[in-house]
Write a protein that binds this ligand. Structure first.
Ligand SMILES: Cc1cc2nc3c(=O)[nH]c(=O)nc-3n(C[C@H](O)[C@H](O)[C@H](O)COP(=O)(O)OP(=O)(O)OC[C@H]3O[C@@H](n4cnc5c(N)ncnc54)[C@H](O)[C@@H]3O)c2cc1C
Length: 397
């Protein structure tokens, strides 16, 4: 794609992986995305293709059957995939977060049990913090896991907005438990809930009612999940110890922010590609619209936004890969990439004139999809809270 969104200093292996993913996206995703999206149809063949490419195990260490790649490689693959169809990147996003949480916080037994099957895509992950009454304010989680006399737990409550809620078989669920701690954050526990794929009663005391009908992000299933006395062993607590759930989830969401930034970059790249192509086809007042300065300037701004977003996303991923703190950088990358993607796609839509409003043109789909980037893994308001508080600590006078 010309000179934009290039990444310097990649290894030969990273270049090779990206080339393969880009080819897969160009050949297998872009040609079918419109049709599947308009029919709200699950991209089964594409998902099978991703399994073959090893994408489900990209970051899972080799000892557990994965490719052991970095967050940067993962994020660059996500950018490529989202350029083709954002929903497909959603299929692997929650799976990746659950695998990451297992890698960072799981017991050795949990890693052995789940990671090899997650690497092949046999076990598919979803993660669940949100509830009908909360999204940004995670401390308000009310789904309760009550300890029983035999040491097991019973979960009751309602969860909301589970990406891959139907197709997944392993869900990391944040619950409230009574650890007697003063801080609400230390009375939260993440459980690894096993379920069958599909809808209805998917495990004892667990119901997934059906797909939520959304404005975009179609094809992929987003669901509620209702717990009514779901009995679960204490062995299914992530890391084996209760009271750590909030911090584990926040760790997962932090890498998730790089992932959403990468998805936004993919959408912005595609928006730019469509806009610059159309501007050279369409003629008004005797010349190509790209030759009108207003359009030329719009293209310049779009390209600059693509470049800024890509570089911030890459920097955040690289910081994480070197083990450095990156809460601020991940928050900034997520905020900038999602806001810019929204603007770039909107500009491309304007370049398309009336045709942008037609379902025949790809930009119409991007217009609906890009809105989710402003919400997932925390809204821009929430990113500003994280960035601002952290900067205040660093620059305290
Ligand atoms: C398609 C889709 C898929 C999703 N997938 C998942 C998933 O897989 N797992 C999961 O757990 N969740 C998921 N979510 C939920 C998502 O994370 C939340 O929607 C998001 O965090 C926002 O929460 P909310 O919708 O409750 O909005 P609210 O928290 O109610 O916020 C409403 C508005 O108030 C603003 N606001 C809130 N608090 C503050 C504050 N302190 N200061 C300033 N402004 C504030 C927000 O920015 C927003 O503009 C998904 C959501 C959607 C739409």
């Amino acid at each position: 794609m010309g000179r934009l969104a290039e990444t310097e200093g990649l290894t030969d292996i990273q270049e090779e992986i990206l080339k393969t993913v880009r080819q897969f996206v160009d050949e297998k995703v872009i040609p079918v995305a419109q049709e599947l999206e308009h029919a709200d149809e699950y991209p089964t063949e594409i998902v099978e293709g991703l399994k073959e490419l090893g994408i489900f195990g990209l970051m899972i260490p080799e000892e557990y059957g994965g490719l052991g790649e970095s967050l940067l490689t993962y994020a660059l693959c996500v950018e490529e995939i989202a350029r083709g169809w954002m929903s497909v990147s959603g299929v692997i996003n929650t799976h990746f977060i659950v695998a990451y949480m297992l890698m960072q916080h799981g017991t050795e037994e949990q890693k052995q049990k789940y990671l090899p099957k997650m690497a092949t895509g046999e076990v598919r992950g979803a993660f669940s913090m949100s509830e009908p009454g909360l999204g940004s304010d995670v401390s308000a989680v009310s789904t309760k896991a009550t300890k029983q006399a035999d040491g097991s737990y019973e979960i009751t409550g309602q969860k909301m907005w589970l990406t891959n809620g139907g197709s997944s078989t392993l869900v990391a669920v944040l619950t409230k438990t009574d650890e007697g701690a003063e801080s609400v954050y230390k009375n939260m526990t993440t459980f690894l809930v096993e379920k069958t794929p599909g809808f209805g009663e998917v495990a004892q005391g667990v119901t997934v009612p059906g797909k939520i009908d959304k404005m975009g992000y179609k094809g992929i299933d987003t669901t509620e999940m209702i717990f009514e006395g779901h009995k679960i062993s204490a062995d299914q607590i992530l890391g084996g110890e209760p009271g750590k759930g909030f911090f584990q989830m926040m760790d997962g969401v932090e890498v998730g922010r790089v992932n959403v930034a990468a998805r936004a970059c993919g959408l912005a790249i595609r928006g730019f590609e469509l806009g610059i192509a159309y501007s050279q086809q369409r003629q008004t007042f005797g010349k190509k619209i790209a030759d009108h300065q207003a359009i030329l300037f719009r293209l310049a701004e779009m390209g600059t936004k693509v470049e800024v977003s890509h570089n911030m996303m890459v920097r955040a991923a690289r910081l994480k890969d070197t083990g450095k703190r990156m809460d601020v950088e991940a928050g900034m990358a997520k905020m900038v990439a999602s806001e810019y993607a929204n603007e770039v796609v909107e500009d491309s839509f304007r370049i398309h004139g009336g045709y942008g409003y037609s379902k025949e043109y790809e930009i119409e789909r991007l217009m609906r999809e890009v809105k989710f980037m402003l919400i997932g893994e925390g809204t821009s308001d929430i990113q500003k809270m994280i960035i601002g508080r952290s900067l205040l600590k660093d620059y305290r006078s």
